[in-house]
Design a protein around this ligand. Structure first.
Ligand code: ZN
Ligand code: ZN
Ligand code: ZN
Length: 177
């Protein structure tokens, strides 16, 4: 959950993040920051980060790749009994409503939010080499979608964009495009 500071160029508004993270970054910090943020948002909204919600979030926050609901259940089953699918889906709904998790429709999978707390459209950069997902929050893109949609008489509720490609490290290691 690292935020960029004010030094961005105009093409990169303050809230746009530059993903995906390097393979050798300190991921413990990402995960801890997300779990702390979850506690904070729950406290603010007087909601409870139940053990189940926390476990689901911890599994998603374990990496920067998207993870499917059944894979989440498999991971949870590793240290205990297998959770009922409904309880996992409810936890996912809760975490999405809290803005901590996004669902990637093209992968039918979930990824931790790397963006700001305020409601945001997002552009997901999905690496088809290693599966790492980056998240951009470019207000220009949201505006462009809103304007074009409005011209078509369409009211946008979620300007989410999923972009496929190759991340820097996959390009560096010559994963075929
Ligand atoms: Zn990380
Ligand atoms: Zn986000
Ligand atoms: Zn990659």
């Amino acid at each position: 959950m690292q935020r960029k500071t004010q030094s961005d160029t105009p093409a990169q508004p303050p809230d746009a993040l530059v993903p995906p993270p390097d393979a050798d970054h300190d991921h413990d910090r990402c995960r801890d920051a997300l779990l702390e943020e979850a506690e904070r948002r729950c406290a603010e909204r007087r909601q409870r980060l139940t053990p189940q919600r926390r476990r689901v979030l911890a599994v998603i926050a374990d990496g920067h790749t998207a993870i499917g609901a059944y894979e989440i259940m498999d991971r949870l089953a590793e240290d205990g009994s297998r959770p009922a699918p409904i309880s996992v889906y409810r936890a996912l709904d809760f975490l999405m409503a809290l803005g901590l998790v996004h669902r990637l429709a093209s992968l039918n999978a979930f990824v931790a939010c790397a963006g700001p707390e305020r409601a945001h459209g997002a552009q997901f950069l999905i690496c088809r080499g290693c599966g790492v997902v980056g998240e951009l929050n470019d207000a220009e893109v949201d505006r462009a979608i809103g304007t074009a949609a409005a011209a078509a008489g369409f009211a946008v509720t979620a300007p989410l964009v999923e972009v496929n490609g190759l991340c820097r490290s996959c390009r560096d290691s010559n994963v075929p495009a």
